[in-house]
Design a protein around this ligand. Sequence first.
Ligand SMILES: NS(=O)(=O)c1ncc[nH]1
Ligand SMILES: [Zn+2]
Length: 261
Amino acid sequence: CSSKYVLSALHPMWQGPLVAPGGNRQSPIDIRVRKSVFDPHLKPLTPDYDPGTCSQIWNNGYSFLVEYDDTTDKSILKGGPLEDNFRLCQFHFHWGESNAWGSEHTVDRRLFPAELHMVHWNSNKYRRFEEAVMEENGLAVIGVFLKIGKRHEGLQKLVDALPAVRHKDSVVEFTRFDPACLLPANIDDYWTYAGSLTTPPLTEAVTWIIMKQHIEVSHDQLAVFRSLLFTSAEEEVQKSMVNNFRVQQPLRGRTVRSSFT
Ligand SMILES: NS(=O)(=O)c1ncc[nH]1
Ligand SMILES: [Zn+2]
């Protein structure tokens, strides 16, 4: 997908504004479980992904993106809080240098070692990602927390490809990966709120859908994430790609809805 136009301006600890000008729906946030409001009208989420649309992995100097061909409606997300059809563009992760932190969102202040983001754009209303990224209901991002535990068999194919994109701006072909294997068993229980991208351009275009159930990956699998570099092959000083998460943002009176009681 064309998210490269959105992310390529990134510097590891990007010098962008810490809060988008006038931002009152910024992300990430802490999800206060007891303050979330059950919404019985929320539908089940219905992702329908075609592994054949998987195309490459790209180290953009902030995370690694697994990119999908989003020129047709082959890999889409519908249902849940969404009124329209959203096309999968890419997925990526945020993680820490230690297992004690790394996620962007928290649940009652609880941090997780990492967080998966599956980025989709509204293909009923817009023609491409770059358009949708500037619009209020342009994007939908699924967030899934990662915990350290048993090895994630489906993730291993991705982990094995990471050494090929160790440096910033490296790209490797990566095909036939089904992103649904990274979703938890239960995707009916989630929180949803109106927020923003957590990396530049930080636009307030995102309907966030945060899964209540986490997935497990092994310590060794996460260690390979940490072996990636923020820096390109030419730079003298190499910097480990760790702690690539944004600081939490004020809720500004927003309501977080839950699909479960
Ligand atoms: N981290 S995030 O999912 O909000 C994101 N996707 C593209 C740019 N930023
Ligand atoms: Zn993200």
